[in-house]
Design a protein around this ligand. Sequence first.
Ligand code: ZN
Length: 77
Amino acid sequence: MSLCKDCKAKINWILGESGNSIPVDTEEICIMPDNEGHVVIVKLDGQVVKGNLTMKGSPGSVIGYTNHYDTCRASRR
Ligand SMILES: [Zn+2]
């Protein structure tokens, strides 16, 4: 675990499919994959999945983390 150098939030790094490191929030979220969805997560294997929030454990659901660039307070200025 490390800290965002901009907003000091706790973040994790996930190795993306293209070999780049993606900073993500530490909170685990669960979504139902949907190309029309408005939530984007990064899975631990680096795959990016779009969908809608759902209950953890729902059939077909996927667990991942929010890209920190989307939530970073420092980038909202
Ligand atoms: Zn940040």
